[in-house]
Each structure stands twice: as structure tokens, then as C-alpha cells.
Design a binder for this molecule. Structure first.
Ligand SMILES: [Zn+2]
Ligand SMILES: [Zn+2]
Length: 338
């Protein structure tokens, strides 16, 4: 075990709000108990990275290296790490540490841990050669799947899987996915294999054929969707667009649920009567538990879930971020790091 070796890394730093990322060498500090150093192979670009770069979320801390959809190889570990071996391929998502002590961790809702730490907040993420992560949030991956496909599953896949499995949606339920991008295109695939009747809501005509391939029974634009009154058992909101929320609620079936895994820019207003007469629910889902991550990988392997990725070299990172801001990334950009 190369416990004391110093790892020189090089990564793309965001030094302040809205700035282009700049390449810089840095030293990975000595391992603490429970920590693992991972050589990054592939890392996805998630909208949460943009929210940190733009400081849309107050907890962003500069400077930092973005990237939290990480697939890589264990190159060093502290002596007490038994679950992972050197050379093993592993995954890391949004979180970098769970406390394993708080009430939510004890209830196995680690994604609601009261003391969690994040990969890109107060530490550096996957747009770098190496990352240092606590073993509590490192995951094993299915051998059969390619790293470029696994990367988006670690955050986007985990989040949609958590939402689609946490609210007791029955087989053959009508499920609508609002917004078909990185999250949405995976939600269609997972939901279809869970035997839900999937509807994709997108304004992009060039995504209609893809959505059918992903497993959507119906694909429609937002206006046609608003006309489907009392219809959907579950609506998953994956885009940050500011829809007409009262019209969205009207499309919910009796006892239906609308669940947010994205955060629209504007506050949402509605009348309680919009949901009361049909006992509808409005909820949101924060990632998912550790067990969910394992189940998600297993489900993805068995059902051949395949993220639609555009692979780029990491030195193109600023161009790709620009493309994402301009909505020119169709589903998911993934960087080949090493
Ligand atoms: Zn993410
Ligand atoms: Zn905890």
C-alpha cells in the first residue's frame, strides 16, 4: 500500500464565479483514515457542476475542480480500507463522504446524511487526474459495463433511479418525464424497464426518435401534455424550465405524484385545490441511498441501460461547458481523463 506516496495531480480549476476553468498542478494531501485515491478514467458533466461554477447554489466554494460523475481506478488507500483493492475500478457520485452515524445514515438514507461532504465542495472533483474520496461514498461497478457509460449513471442515473423507486409507483403506471436531457433520457430507459408506461415531454423535435428508442410509448410537446387532464400517476421533473405548474398539476391522475429532481429558477405557485380534489402529492428527491446506487448499477447491467454519451478529451472542458450552457449537448457529455 503506497500510503505515504505524494500524488501530483493536474486538474481544471474554477477560480471564481462564471470563470473559465484553468489547468493547474496540485498535490493530493496525505490520506486520512478511510480515504482512497482514485485515478480518474472518465468523468461526466452534470448541470450541478454548472450550478456550482455559476454560484447559483450558495454553498459553492472557490477555487475548486468540478466533476462528480467519476469512474476510475483505486491507486492508493488508507490501511483501514478493506472493501476495495488497488487496481479495482470504482465509481463516485455527488457525495464524497457519509458520516454513517447520524439518524439518516442509520436509517440507510445516506443521501439525507446530516454531515455529508460533497465531491466538488471543499475538495476537488473529477476533472483532474486524481481524486481523494472517503470509502463511505465509493462504489463498486459492474464489470460488464464500459466506463464511459457508467460515469453518467453515478449522478444522473442514481438520481432518476432513486426517484423512480422511492414512491411506490405500480407496474403499468403512466409516468411522464418532463425534460429529456442527461437525467430525462435515463429516466425513460429505467422507467420503461420497470414496466411503466413512459411518456417523454420534449420541445426538441430532434429527440423524438431517440425517445422512442429509449423506451417512451408517447413523445409529445408541452402543449399537448397540458391537455392530458387527470392522466399521469407520476410526473418526474428533470429540467429547470419554468413550466406552467398549475397546468402540470392538472395532468396528474388521482393519487398522482409530481416529483422534482431539478430546481426551476423561479418560485412555484399553485392553488391547494389543484391537488386537494384528487389527493395529489408534490415532492422532490435528493439523489438516493447507497443501497439504491448498488441496485441501480445491477438494474442497469441486467437491463442493458445505456446512457447516450458524447465523449470529449478533458482539454476541451471549457468548450464543452459552453456547449452545455448553449444547450448543444443532447444528453450527456463525458470526459476521457486518462
Ligand atoms: Zn450531478
Ligand atoms: Zn450521516
Amino acid at each position: 500500500v503506497k500510503y505515504n506516496k505524494i500524488y501530483k495531480s493536474s486538474g481544471y480549476f474554477c477560480n471564481s464565479k462564471n470563470q473559465k476553468l484553468k489547468k493547474k498542478e496540485f498535490i493530493i494531501s496525505k490520506l486520512k483514515i478511510g480515504e482512497i485515491i482514485i485515478k480518474v478514467k472518465y468523468c461526466g458533466l452534470c448541470h450541478s457542476d454548472l450550478n456550482l461554477i455559476h454560484k447559483n447554489w450558495k454553498f459553492a466554494k472557490f477555487p475548486f475542480v468540478p466533476g462528480h460523475e467519476i469512474i476510475g481506478t483505486v491507486v492508493a488507500k488508507s490501511n483501514n480500507v478493506k472493501e476495495f483493492i488497488i487496481g479495482e475500478r470504482v465509481a463516485v457520485g455527488w457525495f464524497s463522504k457519509f458520516c454513517n452515524k447520524c439518524i439518516q445514515c442509520l436509517k440507510k438514507n445516506e443521501n439525507m446524511c446530516r454531515n455529508y461532504e460533497l465531491v466538488c465542495v471543499g475538495r476537488n472533483g473529477g476533472f483532474a487526474n486524481y481524486v481523494k474520496i472517503d470509502q463511505s461514498s465509493v462504489f463498486k461497478v459492474p464489470k460488464e459495463m464500459l466506463s464511459k457509460h457508467l460515469a453518467p449513471l453515478t449522478c444522473a442515473g442514481w438520481t432518476v433511479f432513486g426517484a423512480l423507486t422511492s414512491f411506490n409507483i405500480k407496474r403499468y403506471s403512466k409516468v411522464a418525464i418532463l425534460g429529456i436531457g442527461g437525467l430525462g433520457h435515463l429516466a425513460i430507459q429505467f422507467g420503461n424497464k420497470m414496466n411503466f408506461e413512459m411518456t417523454a415531454i420534449t420541445t426538441s423535435e430532434n429527440k423524438i426518435a431517440d425517445c422512442k428508442k429509449f423506451g417512451a410509448k408517447y413523445v409529445m410537446d408541452i402543449k399537448s401534455f397540458y391537455e392530458k387532464k387527470d392522466n399521469y400517476d407520476f410526473i418526474l421533473v428533470t429540467a429547470k424550465a419554468n413550466y406552467d405548474w398549475r397546468s402540470v398539476l392538472k395532468t396528474l391522475n388521482f393519487d398522482g405524484t409530481v416529483c422534482f429532481i431539478s430546481r426551476p429558477d423561479k418560485l412555484i405557485k399553485f392553488d391547494i385545490f389543484d391537488i386537494m380534489y384528487k389527493r395529489a402529492r408534490i415532492t422532490a428527491s435528493p439523489g438516493a441511498s447507497k443501497l439504491s446506487m448498488r441496485k441501480m448499477f445491477d438494474f442497469a447491467r441486467k437491463n442493458k441501460i445505456k446512457p447516450a454519451v458524447e465523449v470529449y478529451d478533458l482539454n476541451k472542458v471549457n468548450n464543452v461547458i459552453k456547449k452545455m450552457i448553449n444547450r448543444k449537448i443532447k444528453y450527456r457529455a463525458v470526459f476521457k481523463v486518462s
